[in-house]
Design a protein around this ligand. Structure first.
Ligand SMILES: Cc1cc2nc3c(=O)[nH]c(=O)nc-3n(C[C@H](O)[C@H](O)[C@H](O)COP(=O)(O)O)c2cc1C
Length: 212
């Protein structure tokens, strides 16, 4: 089983709650299933560019016109996508490690999604809608936030977005371990909240380890 781990957090593991959740998750996963293959992608080490007009032509040109042939400039604009989308196509499970920023995902993660979830690579566009051409089954979110809120709260702009993006390509199984209330000055129970999220991360890892 292939697990793609995408890290969208610039902070070092020693001071990052979401990266500590990732440590708990992957320790459990590899202990329960030593055969799992983990591909770690740190977006701050390999930064996705913003999509340009040339890249859009490359991604969507063949959808509009099957005879479309990309120009050299359009091909170059799609370099990041061409070099990085395959990792998602190869994955059975995608793990996203991230903090909540402005009630949503860090923009570097959105930039990566814009580059890799493109037609012809991850889905085919038909008159009936998007048809998946990947075998991703589950997306796991390992999240941290200062405020006390989780999925379903009016302030949560993260999980509706993630559910909509992956629902579009046919993935509805979204598992979440969320360490909220991580601001230790304002929340006396930050440690307990982290421990609960770590337990959730380990439980999700056990379920993923059992996936065939
Ligand atoms: C730019 C920025 C925006 C943030 N926005 C929010 C927010 O909207 N809601 C929240 O609860 N915490 C917010 N935070 C706090 C982080 O989510 C929190 O510190 C989290 O624990 C960081 O994760 P990490 O420890 O894994 O780096 C923000 C932090 C930064 C730097």
């Amino acid at each position: 089983m292939n697990v793609l781990h995408v890290i969208a957090n610039p902070r070092p593991a020693e001071t990052s709650s979401s990266k500590k959740l990732a440590l708990e998750f992957f320790m459990t996963l590899t202990e329960k299933n030593p055969d799992v293959i983990v591909n770690n992608v740190d977006l701050y080490q390999n930064k996705p560019p913003f999509v340009t007009a040339e890249a859009l032509n490359y991604f969507w040109g063949a959808v509009a016109d099957p005879a479309y042939i990309p120009s050299k400039a359009e091909e170059t604009a799609a370099n990041y996508s061409n070099n990085n989308a395959q990792a998602l196509v190869d994955a059975d499970v995608l793990v996203l490690t991230l903090p909540v920023w402005l009630n949503s995902m860090p923009s570097i993660l959105k930039a990566w999604l814009d580059q890799v979830i493109v037609p012809g690579k991850v889905f085919n566009m038909t008159p009936e809608g998007a048809i998946p051409i990947h075998h991703l089954r589950t997306v796991v979110l390992l999240v941290s936030s200062d405020e006390i809120y989780k999925e379903g709260d009016v302030l949560d702009g993260l999980t509706p977005d993630i559910r909509a993006i992956f629902g579009f390509i046919g993935v509805d199984d979204i598992q979440i371990a969320w360490a909220d209330g991580q601001n230790t000055i304002r929340h006396f129970d930050s440690v307990e909240r982290f421990d609960l999220a770590a337990e959730a991360a380990r439980e999700i890892a056990e379920e993923v380890a059992e996936m065939a």
